[in-house]
Design a protein around this ligand. Structure first.
Ligand code: NDP
Length: 236
């Protein structure tokens, strides 16, 4: 299969899963841009963007379009956690997570779609989570945001399929990044022990699923939720 170089934007591509994804897509021959808030990553084209700001999202896309051309592959990866049991979870904790993980992805998709429609080709990959389907105690806000991404992706898949644009969700399990660095060891061990593949995953393993979904010959894959979770969420 010949490799067509596409313009890619990965949100939150300065570290963790986003950075591994940006590197994988760059290695596949694409023109890759990443967003960052404070610390741009070395060796990648980076634009500053906070996905909670519609203006910042629009400006980041403007900049990428000027430098690399219209975004053909969008990886909506930026995400946060603000964990607490439901009775202690504040409105602010709930709202921040929804605003970043769910509304942030929506803002990027909304800005990306017109050019993809004009080009009659596009790949949108939303980074969800295994807990979006199985739920997780202490993560009412986070699990709701990730479940919401699946509904968003499937609605978009129906809206955009006839235009050559696919929209899929990748649902990672427990991946070793800054996001999971603070999890208690006993909690991690329990999750790993209950998993068919009894280890944590790597950002690179998630990245390779995203790179596959972004490739040319996946035009018949849309509305799917691709787990990269060692089988943790099987059946959920
Ligand atoms: P990290 O905490 O390592 O990275 C999070 C990334 O999101 C950073 O680049 C961060 O930027 C960016 N980000 C956060 N808030 C915003 C914002 N408001 N605007 C723009 N960028 C923002 O986490 P991971 O790499 O682990 O997570 C990446 C994605 O994968 C997330 O959506 C997460 O929910 C999901 N995921 C992770 C799992 C895991 O086990 N690690 C499991 C399942 C899903 P900055 O550096 O500026 O903070």
């Amino acid at each position: 299969m010949s490799v067509v170089a596409r313009t890619v934007l990965v949100t939150g591509g300065n570290r963790g899963i986003g950075l591994a994804t940006a590197r994988a897509l760059g290695a596949a021959g694409h023109r890759v841009a990443v967003t960052y808030r404070e610390q741009a990553p070395e060796g990648l084209y980076a634009v500053r963007c906070d996905v909670t700001s519609p203006d910042a999202v629009n400006e980041a896309f403007d900049e990428v379009e000027r430098e690399l051309g219209p975004v053909e592959v969008l990886v909506a990866n930026a995400g946060i956690t603000r964990d607490a049991p439901v009775t202690l979870m504040t409105e602010e904790q709930f709202g921040q997570v929804i605003d970043t993980n769910l509304a942030g992805a929506y803002r990027c998709v909304r800005r990306a779609v017109p050019a993809m429609r004009r080009g009659r080709w596009g790949r949108i990959v939303l980074i969800g989570s295994e807990v979006g389907q199985s739920g997780n105690a202490g993560q009412v806000n986070y699990a709701a945001s990730k479940a919401g991404l699946v509904g968003m992706a499937r609605s978009l898949a129906r809206e955009l399929g006839a235009r050559g644009i696919t929209v899929n969700t990748v649902a990672p399990g427990l991946i070793e990044t800054d996001m999971t660095a603070d999890l208690a060891d006993r909690h991690k061990k329990a999750l790993v022990a209950a998993s068919p593949v009894p280890r944590t995953g790597t950002a690179e393993e998630v990245a390779s699923a995203v790179a596959w979904l972004a490739s040319e010959n996946t035009g018949y894959v849309t509305g799917a939720v691709i787990p990269v979770d060692g089988g943790m969420g099987m059946g959920a």
